[in-house]
Design a protein around this ligand. Structure first.
Ligand SMILES: C[S@@+](CC[C@H](N)C(=O)[O-])C[C@H]1O[C@@H](n2cnc3c(N)ncnc32)[C@H](O)[C@@H]1O
Length: 381
């Protein structure tokens, strides 16, 4: 996931988050400490660590924002103490282990991209025995809400026949998507319940599998779940993304129902939720059963997954089957030729001339070949 400079800026302006991390750093970073800042972005946490007396900070970041971070460190007089390393923490070795590792790799949920595997790896390889990991722990909370406006924002384009067209095929796709959402406490039809915990000091498992149930204590039309986390950055320093607390950069998550359900006091809602890391991101699955005492059948049952939120291209799916035998497309042949030429000590310009001569139909303009080689050289060179 690429962050824009504005999104780094928004994270810096997120005062509850910044204050909590700074307070945790004050508790944990002793003068002379060696610190690793995983995902330094524009370097704000690395600067704070230096200000608190860290003797060395390894600031790791794959994105090009690291070049801005270097400028910022120089402007603040910390270039000699911060070593910036462009890359992913899991692929690096460092000359020493850290007293403190700081990171903030969250999404709206802790199960986000390579967040958990990165922290497991950092704890096992990059942290001194007895060293400190910040943050320590996330506790997950959730409740069932009535949220007609939010739900309408999902359903309306597909449900309300805009311009007289039947777009209802999009509804199932949309309602298998979860996203950010906010809700006031009065919108909760159940008490918030704790449903999972990720303790970064001990976690090994990157995936989530949890069951949670609620009893309705306020009647109303339910539209889905609000889910969020409370982070314990360090002992005594909490941070919450609760939908009714002052909003922080991560936001809270709204998982919609497939259709609204009219709930009465005493109804039971059971949720089976999973997040499975597939390649670089998670597939979420959430199954709901709503029951009412005295009824033989469930009042509602939904099986949802963000797998159904993708508009799948059957051709592409076919190519992911293990038994599929791929052959190179024309584009693949060009890239293969460029990559081979990159093993022959040629300049970008020479490689471009070579492939333009080899694939004249693909590159009627020499500039196109140059751009293609530049792109590949930037990734693999
Ligand atoms: C939410 S931003 C935080 C930026 C900055 N630390 C801050 O607090 O403002 C997370 C950053 O972590 C980076 N990142 C994610 N996983 C990483 C990893 N395993 N190693 C290094 N950087 C990583 C992302 O590219 C992103 O820039």
């Amino acid at each position: 996931m690429m962050y824009s400079i504005s999104s780094y800026g928004r994270m810096i302006l997120d005062q509850p988050r910044m204050d909590a991390y700074l307070q945790a750093f004050r508790h944990s970073i002793q003068p002379g400490a060696v610190v690793i800042d995983i995902g330094t972005g524009t370097g704000i946490h690395a600067l704070m660590a230096c200000q608190l007396g860290a003797s060395k900070v390894y600031a790791i970041e794959p994105a090009t924002a690291i070049h801005l971070a270097k400028q910022i460190a120089a402007a603040n007089g910390y270039s000699d103490r911060i070593e910036f390393i462009q890359g992913i923490s899991t692929k690096l070795t460092l000359p020493e282990q850290a007293d403190v590792i700081i990171s903030d790799l969250h999404g709206v949920m802790p199960w986000f991209a390579q967040h958990i595997p990165s922290l497991v790896d950092a704890r096992q390889r990059l942290l001194k025995p007895g060293g400190i990991l910040l943050p320590q722990k996330d506790t997950l909370w959730g409740g069932v809400v009535t949220a007609p406006e939010l739900y309408q924002s999902y359903a309306s384009p597909w449900n309300d026949a805009p311009y007289g067209f039947d777009l209802s095929a999009g509804l199932k796709v949309e309602l298998n998507t979860w996203g950010r959402g906010r809700a006031h406490l009065e919108q909760f039809l159940t008490n918030p319940v704790q449903w999972a915990e990720v303790d970064y000091r001990t976690v090994e498992e990157p995936n989530l599998k949890a069951q949670v149930s609620w009893t309705v204590d306020r009647p109303g039309l339910a539209h889905g779940y609000m889910l969020w986390f409370d982070t314990l950055v360090t002992d005594g320093v909490p941070l919450t993304s609760a939908p009714y607390a002052p909003e922080i950069a991560y936001g809270s998550a709204f998982f919609p129902f497939l259709e609204p359900v009219d709930l009465q006091v005493g109804d039971r809602i059971e949720l089976d939720i999973r997040a499975d890391l597939i390649s670089q991101d998670y597939m979420w699955t959430w199954h709901t059963q709503v029951t009412r005492s005295g009824l033989a059948q469930p009042l509602a049952e939904f099986k949802q997954s963000n797998f159904f939120s993708q508009t799948l291209d059957p051709q592409k799916l076919r190519k992911r089957v293990p038994s599929y035998v791929p052959s190179l497309s024309e584009d693949g042949q060009v890239d293969c030729s460029i990559l081979q030429a990159m093993t022959q000590q040629l300049t970008v310009e020479q490689i471009a001339q070579k492939v333009a001569a080899q694939f004249p139909a693909q590159f009627p303009q020499g500039q196109d070949a140059l751009d293609r080689v530049r792109d590949l050289a930037q990734i693999y060179g």
